[in-house]
Design a protein around this ligand. Structure first.
Ligand code: CTP
Length: 398
C-alpha cells in the first residue's frame, strides 16, 4: 500500500540513526519513494553516501545549499511528500520542533510544512522521561504531530527503559497507518462537542464541567480516517482539531440550529454535554443583587438534539451515536437512554468525581449497541477516539 507514496525522512543525530538505513530499505522494498534529509548530528552516525545509496537519490543536508535551492526550495521540499518522518527524533530535535525553531534544514522543513509529521523518538531513558521532553511531546501532539515508540529495552548507553527507537518495521506499520486511504473518505460526519452556556444575564450563565476533550479527539480520529467533519462545538477548553469545519455555538438552541444546518450526514456523533435547561427569559441587563431577596430563575427545557436527529423520519444519518454521562448504574441507565432517544449506539461513561474522567485525559467507556454492552478498558481519550472511529467506519462500510 506504500507503492507510489513519498516519504521525506529526517535522520536525527543519535546512535539509533543506523536503524534509519534499514527503514529506508524497508520503505524502498515497498516501492515507497524516500527523500532523505540528514542532520549534522545524523551525519556523525551514518554517512551521506550510505543514505543516498539506499534511498536511490540525493540526500539533502544544508539549508543554504544553493544548488538545492535552485532544484527545489526548502518550502517545496517540505511539501512535496505525503508524510514527513523524523527517525530518530532526538530530544534536541523534539525540543526545537516544539519551540518552532528553524536553525537548520531539518527544522526549517518541519516548520514550513503542511504535510503530516510522524516522529520516532530515540534517546536515553532519563532524557525521555525528563519533564521537559514529556512537555515537548504534549506540545507536539497538540500540534498534530504523530508519534511511534519509543520502545522499552536495553539502551546503547547501558541503561534500561523507554527510549529505544521503534523497530523499522514498526515505523513502516505506523507510516502505512497514516497513509492508508481513509476508510471514511467521502463520508460526512457531524460531531457535537463541549458544554453549552445558557445565559442568565449578560455576565452569568449555566454551564457544566465538560472540557470538550473526548469530542475533539473523536473528531480528530474521524478526520484521520478521511472523513469530512462538521464540528459543532460549545465553549470548550480544548481547541478544535485540525482539518474539521468548525461551527462555534454557545447555547443548546444554537447547537440545534447548527446541527440542522450541517445535515445531511452519513453519521452524527453527539459528544456535547448539552445543558438540559435554559433560563426562559435571560435578562438583557445584569441582575442586581437585592439584599434579602433572591432572584427566581424560570427554566425551560432545551430541545434534545440527539433525540431529534435519531428520530428523523427522512434524511436520518445512517449511524446516530449518543453519549451518556452517568454517575450510577451506568449500563442500565445508558441502555434505557439509547432506547428512549432512538439512537443506534451510546458511548457511556462513569463521570463520578472519583473517576477523574470529566475534564481528565482518560476515559473508561461502555459501548451500548443493539447487540448489547461492551466495556472497554480504561485508556486515553485519544485511544478511545481512534477505536471508536474505526468501529464507526466499519459500521458505515457494511
Ligand atoms: N443531548 C442532546 N441534547 C440535549 C441533551 C443531551 O443532544 N438537550 C445528547 C448529548 O450530547 C448526549 C446524550 O444526549 O449524546 C445524553 O445526554 P445526557 O445529558 O447524558 O442525557 P439526558 O437526556 O440529559 O438524561 P439524564 O439527565 O437522565 O442524564
Amino acid at each position: 500500500m506504500l507503492a507510489g507514496k513519498h516519504v521525506l525522512l529526517i535522520i536525527g543525530g543519535g546512535i539509533a540513526a543506523y536503524k534509519a538505513l534499514d527503514l529506508i530499505r524497508r520503505l524502498r522494498e515497498r516501492d515507497c519513494m524516500v527523500t532523505p534529509v540528514l542532520t549534522d548530528g545524523g551525519a556523525e552516525f551514518v554517512t551521506p553516501l550510505s543514505v543516498s545509496s539506499l534511498a536511490g537519490g540525493k540526500v539533502y543536508r544544508d539549508l543554504f545549499d544553493l544548488t538545492d535551492e535552485a532544484e527545489m526550495g526548502h518550502i517545496s521540499l517540505s511539501r512535496a511528500s505525503d508524510l514527513i518522518v523524523v527517525a530518530p527524533a532526538t530530544a534536541d530535535l523534539m525540543a526545537k520542533m516544539a519551540a518552532g525553531l528553524a536553525g537548520d534544514l531539518a527544522t526549517t522543513l518541519l516548520l514550513a510544512t503542511d504535510t503530516p509529521v510522524l516522529i520516532a523518538p530515540a534517546m536515553n531513558v532519563r532524557m525521555w522521561t525528563h519533564a521537559a521532553t514529556q512537555r515537548n511531546l504534549i506540545t507536539l501532539r497538540d500540534d498534530g504531530v504523530m508519534c511511534v515508540g519509543p520502545n522499552e529495552g536495553d539502551m546503547a548507553c547501558g541503561e534500561y527503559g523507554p527510549g529505544r527507537l521503534a523497530e523499522p518495521l514498526e515505523i513502516v506499520a505506523a507510516i502505512e497507518n497514516v497513509l492508508r486511504d481513509g476508510l471514511l473518505k467521502g463520508r460526512h460526519v457531524v460531531v457535537t462537542s463541549g458544554p453549552t452556556h445558557e445565559p442568565i444575564d449578560p455576565v452569568r450563565y449555566i454551564a457544566n464541567r465538560s472540557s470538550g476533550a473526548q469530542g475533539t479527539a473523536i473528531a480528530a480520529a474521524l478526520v484521520g480516517l478521511g472523513a469530512e467533519v462538521t464540528f459543532v462545538t460549545g465553549p470548550a477548553e480544548v481547541p478544535p482539531p485540525a482539518g474539521v469545519k468548525v461551527v462555534a455555538v454557545e447555547t443548546a438552541l444554537e447547537m440545534q440550529t447548527a446541527v440542522r444546518e450541517a445535515l445531511p450526514a452519513d453519521a452524527a456523533v453527539f459528544a456535547a454535554a448539552v445543558a438540559d435547561w435554559h433560563v426562559t427569559s435571560a435578562s438583557d441587563s445584569k441582575l442586581k443583587k437585592q439584599v434579602g431577596k433572591l432572584p427566581t430563575l424560570q427554566l425551560s427545557e432545551n430541545p434534545d438534539i440527539l433525540a431529534e436527529v435519531a428520530q428523523m423520519q427522512s434524511g436520518r444519518p445512517a449511524l446516530v451515536v449518543g453519549f451518556a454521562a452517568e454517575t450510577d448504574d451506568v449500563i442500565a441507565n445508558a441502555t434505557a437512554k439509547r432506547a428512549r432517544k432512538g439512537c443506534d449506539w451510546i458511548l457511556a461513561n462513569d463521570v463520578s468525581p472519583d473517576t477523574g474522567i470529566m475534564g481528565g485525559t482518560e476515559n473508561a467507556v461502555t459501548l451500548i449497541r443493539e447487540e448489547g454492552a461492551d466495556t472497554w478498558p480504561r485508556m486515553s481519550k485519544d485511544l478511545v477516539a481512534r477505536k471508536f472511529a474505526q468501529m464507526l467506519a466499519e459500521a458505515l462500510a457494511k
